[in-house]
Design a protein around this ligand. Structure first.
Ligand code: FAD
Length: 496
């Protein structure tokens, strides 16, 4: 990308919510020397990938959307995948971001060149690009995780992950196994249960399930949101307030967990009358330790006569079904893996070399970490969106992404004002930040059970132990003193 000191060039990897939020923020600040590299053929990230029946957000759309790009015509409070994807496509097109995206470009490697202060980037097809600033917007949940189960490849029927739904497979009238009880499984189970002959849900641990205040927006409500913006803002604010309350339960105000447990238990008892099923669906850990889930139709789906919940651990997968540890073979026609994502392997799909040839995966051997989840010592002019410790247990990731996009844009402004220099976060600043973070995390609900939030060594590298307002405050005004400003020889010519 052309080098122009007043307009630092920025390569953004990924065109999901994060990449689009970043591009919008840069454009708004007058920086349009940017390029998005996206491995697939469309924008949307997880909302392009996750097309399983029932897919949708579990944070209400008025908050799970960009504050600068309100959608006045959401058809319901908890939008479905298609509507969220259309929203992101509209933003990309209307805000002239689409022409800045190169689709079908999967980034394989990035190297920082100290002599020029620029990032060298290569795609899997061998294409080479360079830029002053590199922003990773590859998400935490973009790489599906399959469980390690003996015989997983031996199954004769169709088997696929929820994020790679095979729409050519007809599940109607079939015996279907769903493995996993996370956020995706609890959406897809009610969507397929009425159609399949038998639904067998293999559950390792029961989830806390709360009712969700979903509603279809009537035309008069959409008109009201359009004519009286204060009503839309009031709804967004109310949702934000409730979500901040939920977030407080995770570290600072544990008493809220008791309330969540009460609500969850009441929901379970209201929906499930069979004592054995109720017992199977009763969580055995503190609410919040694994993500609390929101659904009005999950329990009714499991109470159907054609549904079964199996809690015996899976021993193996055979050509005809799933054998549990008690020796029973559960014969099925299709298997759906609702087993989540490789969330703690941050940026593992890209080989990244920073200043002095240091490799990011070696530096992160004991778990990913970054100052404010965005900046890593030794990796100048590189920022991460939705990076380590910026996932949330109860609020909108989009709020975090917007805080990060603003922060990074402010750092790009710093570079624009200081031609010939590049920025590297100070190691002691990152260490101090991480120490504070770990101290808070050690008091958090996530230490009370094992979950995808924790690495094999027990480090919690995904979650932010606070509210989104706390994060926004911390990222609102970047402190230049947190960074080294290194000099390099400014280039005299334009594109290289
Ligand atoms: C089913 C589902 C439901 C969710 N619901 C909610 C919710 O209700 N509320 C909430 O707050 N969060 C939710 N999330 C979390 C969600 O991940 C974030 O909210 C948000 O969408 C993340 O956006 P992102 O742009 O950071 O990442 P992603 O959406 O994952 O986008 C990353 C993009 O990077 C691209 N990419 C990856 N690697 C490369 C590479 N090497 N080269 C080029 N391109 C690459 C991918 O193709 C993808 O387009 C949900 C996640 C899932 C999976």
């Amino acid at each position: 990308m052309p080098h122009n000191s007043a307009q630092p060039s920025v390569i953004i990897i990924g065109a999901g919510f994060g990449g689009l939020a970043m591009a919008l923020e840069l454009q708004r600040a007058g920086f349009d020397n940017l390029l998005i590299l996206e491995k697939s053929d469309a924008v949307g990230g997880v909302w392009r990938e996750n097309t399983y029946p029932g897919a949708g957000c579990d944070i209400p759309s008025p908050l799970y959307s960009l504050s600068s790009e309100p959608n006045l015509s959401w058809t319901r409070r908890f939008s479905r995948q298609g509507e969220i994807l259309a929203y992101l496509q509209t933003i990309a097109d209307q805000r002239a971001i689409t022409p800045r995206i190169r689709f079908g470009r999967e980034v394989a490697e990035a190297k920082f060149d100290e002599s020029t202060g620029r990032w060298q980037v290569w795609t899997t097809a061998g294409e080479h690009l360079e830029s002053d600033v590199l922003v990773h917007a590859v998400g935490q949940l973009s790489r599906p995780a399959l469980p390690r189960i003996a015989g997983i490849d031996s199954f004769d029927g169709p088997a696929f992950h929820s994020a790679e739904w095979d729409h050519t497979v007809e599940l109607t009238g079939k015996r279907v196994a769903v493995i996993g009880t996370g956020a995706s499984a609890i959406q897809l189970v009610p969507a397929i249960a009425p159609e399949v002959a038998e639904l067998t849900l293999f559950q390792r641990s029961a989830a806390w399930v709360l009712r969700k205040p979903d509603t279809e927006y009537k035309p008069w409500q959409q008109t009201m949101f359009r004519r009286l913006p204060a009503t839309r803002l009031a709804e967004r604010f109310g949702i934000w307030l409730v979500c901040e309350g939920l977030s407080l339960s995770l570290v600072d105000v544990p008493v809220i967990r008791t309330l969540i447990a009460r609500l969850g238990t009441r929901n379970l008892h209201a929906e499930i009358s069979d004592p054995a099923l109720r017992a199977a669906l009763t969580p055995d850990y503190t609410p919040g330790c694994k993500r609390a889930l929101f659904s009005n139709d999950y329990y009714p789906a499991l109470a159907r006569p054609n549904s079964r919940v199996v809690t015996d651990p899976i021993a193996e997968i055979t050509p005809t079904g799933i054998r549990t540890a008690d020796g029973v073979l559960h014969e099925v026609d299709a298997i759906v893996y609702g087993t989540g994502f490789r969330a703690s392997e941050f940026l593992a799909q890209i080989s990244i070399e920073g200043a002095g040839g240091v490799c990011l995966d070696a530096q992160w051997r004991d778990g990913a970490r970054a100052y404010l989840g965005m900046a890593v010592p030794g990796f100048p002019n590189m920022f991460i969106l939705y990076g380590p410790n910026t996932n949330l247990g109860g609020n909108s990731i989009v709020h975090m992404l917007e805080s990060q996009a603003r922060y990074i844009t402010a750092m790009v402004s710093v570079l624009a004002e200081r031609p010939g220099q590049f920025l590297e976060v100070r190691a002691e600043v990152e260490e101090r930040f991480d120490a504070g973070l770990q101290k808070r995390l050690n008091r958090s609900v996530w230490t009370l059970c094992s979950s995808w939030y924790r690495t094999a060594s027990g480090r919690i590298s995904n979650n932010w132990p606070g509210t989104v307002s706390h994060y926004r405050l911390r990222t609102r005004r970047p402190k230049l003193a947190d960074y080294h400003l290194h000099a390099h020889t400014p280039l005299e010519t334009g594109a290289r």
